[in-house]
Ligand binder design. Structure first.
Ligand code: NAD
Ligand code: IPM
Ligand code: MN
Length: 353
């Protein structure tokens, strides 16, 4: 089990440190875990001039799985685009071909009051958002900023090929088959051709999965329905940009963006595992960040890349137990619970493990 660890920027190193303690504990209990660290993002630009340097590329390609913190921060926001930390993140996703991004929005019952939504709206929530991760407007060409008719024009291209849609649709239907056989595909086919093709191809793939109840929803309505009645959803599948936005929205149903883990998989279940949130520059270095999304990403790694379902469930049970003890980082704190730091949350998870 060779794991590359890329802590990144901002709160990245703080939250990854707690997740590594979990890996260490599993290793002491006999899992053959080996890991090595690499740089990615702003720190990598500072050290090497590149947000995804060659040494990190080699490390990531040789690993069975990658654990990533987060990248980016205001000090790198004015760099040329190809040197920006986010370009490193997009680069590693694209190079590894991890096209299927699974973002499970699960509400731990203990956090029913931490959400800004009413407890009855979110209690029992368990949605799997499947976001296509290596296509769409994020990567489409042409793109740029240029002068036309004496003024600046910025442009990007939303593009999806049939094969790109087909492979993510298959992952979505297979996931739905293992869950409640209900899939909602989200697009904007009333306006955008790229997503008309998306709807057509998803519908075609659906013919191979007659047991799955497939529905389609326009993305603006989906954003509204997610806060109106989120429990109508089971598996959702959508493109790169809509998935980015809808998953941050869904994270608040679970109490905090600090709770939402993710797995990004290629066709062979090699995976990149990272929390859905960013580098949180506003709280970086303060020992305040919630490390649970990153710790839960390790659980996803054990489940999807290493087929260690027992170890994955052990981590998830430890998280549940810590929440049941009333221990909370600031982002999920509420009256009657105990506010603790990032490292104390790590201590508590290890003790519960
Ligand atoms: P963000 O997710 O970093 O932060 C949004 C808000 O959520 C902030 O108030 C932050 O304090 C809070 N938050 C995030 N994670 C938290 C955690 N674990 N515990 C407690 N609170 C948490 O989004 P942003 O502010 O829009 O972006 C900041 C930087 O991060 C930008 O440079 C952006 O490009 C980058 N980013 C990186 C990733 C990634 O590496 N995967 C994802 C999103 C954003
Ligand atoms: C995410 C982030 C990234 C994305 C950024 C930092 C490139 O927001 O992982 O959700 O948009 O994919
Ligand atoms: Mn995002």
């Amino acid at each position: 089990m060779k794991i590359a660890i890329l802590p990144g920027d901002g709160i990245g190193p703080e939250i990854v440190a707690q997740a590594v303690r979990v890996l260490d504990a599993l290793r002491s209990d006999g899992l053959p875990i080996e890991y090595e660290y690499g740089v990615l993002g702003g720190g990598a630009v500072d050290a090497t001039g590149s947000p995804y340097p060659e040494a990190t590329q080699k490390l990531a390609q040789a690993a069975d799985a990658i654990l990533l913190g987060a990248v980016g921060g205001p000090q790198w926001d004015n760099l040329p685009r190809e040197q920006r930390p986010e370009r490193g993140l997009l680069g590693i996703r694209k190079q590894l071909g991890v096209f299927a991004n699974l973002r499970p929005a699960v509400l731990y019952p203990e956090l029913a009051n931490a959400s800004t939504l009413k407890p009855e709206v979110v209690s029992g929530l368990d949605i799997m958002i499947i976001r296509e991760l290596v296509g769409d407007i994020y990567f489409g060409e042409p793109r740029g900023i240029e002068t036309r008719n004496g003024e600046r024009v910025g442009y990007n291209t939303m593009v999806y090929s049939e094969s790109e849609i087909r492979r993510i649709a298959k992952v979505a239907f297979e996931t739905a088959m293992r869950r409640n056989r209900k899939l909602c595909s989200v697009d904007k086919m009333n306006v955008l051709e790229a997503t008309q093709l998306w709807r057509d191809v998803v519908t075609e793939v659906g013919k191979d999965y007659p047991q799955v109840e497939l529905s389609h929803m326009l993305v603006d309505n989906a954003a509204m329905q997610l806060v109106r009645n989120p429990k109508q959803f089971d598996v959702m599948v959508t493109g790169n940009m809509f998935g980015d936005i809808l998953s941050d929205e869904a994270s608040m149903l679970t109490g905090s963006i600090g709770m939402l883990p993710s797995a990004s998989l290629d066709a062979n279940n090699k995976g990149l595992y990272e929390p859905c949130h960013g580098s949180a520059p506003d709280i970086a270095g303060k020992n305040l960040a919630n490390p649970l999304a990153t710790i839960l990403s390790v659980a996803m790694m054990l489940r999807y890349s290493f087929a260690k379902e027992d170890a994955a469930q052990r981590i998830e049970a430890a998280v549940k137990s810590v929440l049941a003890q009333g221990l909370r980082t600031a982002d999920i704190f509420e009256a009657g619970t105990e506010k603790i730091s990032t490292t104390q949350m790590g201590d508590a998870v290890l003790a519960a493990l």
